[in-house]
Design a binder for this molecule. Structure first.
Ligand code: HEC
Length: 146
């Protein structure tokens, strides 16, 4: 908590300001969520996740290019693997995966045993986004080809 939280709140408030939201509060929440997604989350998903979890490939049966895909979760031998508990990062597999805490599920996966762990600020942004209920923008996320 403390300064980092304050910073994130500022970022969201600023993002809401950029898209010109005043009231009502609910609409502002939605707009702030979308703005946060566009500014912080879309680039992470596009660069690091959707190449394997999007329209072309669905590793683990999971798509992360739309909110529907995220909520639908992954699949393992026909069984659904829930990957997010909206509002609760501590109960969300997607966060466990990016934190590289579990050797069996580290995302993005290590390449030739070299960790591909995201930078701390990106992991913090993903946690904040899950806390917000994982809002998406209008358009599906397209992978950035490397
Ligand atoms: C190089 C391909 C690749 C990339 C990039 C990738 N994943 Fe995965 N992901 C996989 C594979 C393969 C699995 C299936 C489980 C396994 O083999 O570890 C998986 C499984 C998962 C799962 C567990 C649910 C399931 O369906 O098995 C989550 C959550 C997940 N990925 C999230 C992410 C996130 C978030 C990112 C981006 C930060 C990401 N992945 C990037 C390949 C990838």
């Amino acid at each position: 908590m403390g300064r980092r939280m304050a910073g994130l709140i500022m970022a969201v408030a600023t993002a809401a300001g950029v898209v010109g939201i005043s009231s009502p509060a609910r609409a502002a929440d939605d707009a702030a969520g979308k703005a946060f997604f566009e500014a912080k989350i879309r680039p992470i998903l596009a660069e690091s996740c959707v190449g394997c979890h999007g329209s072309e490939k669905q590793k683990g049966g999971l798509r992360l290019d739309t909110r529907e895909g995220l909520i639908a979760g992954g699949k393992d031998e026909g069984k659904v693997i829930k990957v997010i508990e909206p509002g609760d990062p501590a109960k969300s597999l997607i966060i466990e995966a990016v934190e590289y805490k579990n050797d069996d599920l580290a995302m993005p996966p290590p390449k030739k045993k070299v960790s591909q762990k995201l930078a701390d600020d990106k992991i913090a942004a993903l946690k904040e986004w899950v806390k917000m209920g994982a809002p998406y923008g209008e358009k599906a996320v397209e992978a950035v080809k490397k």
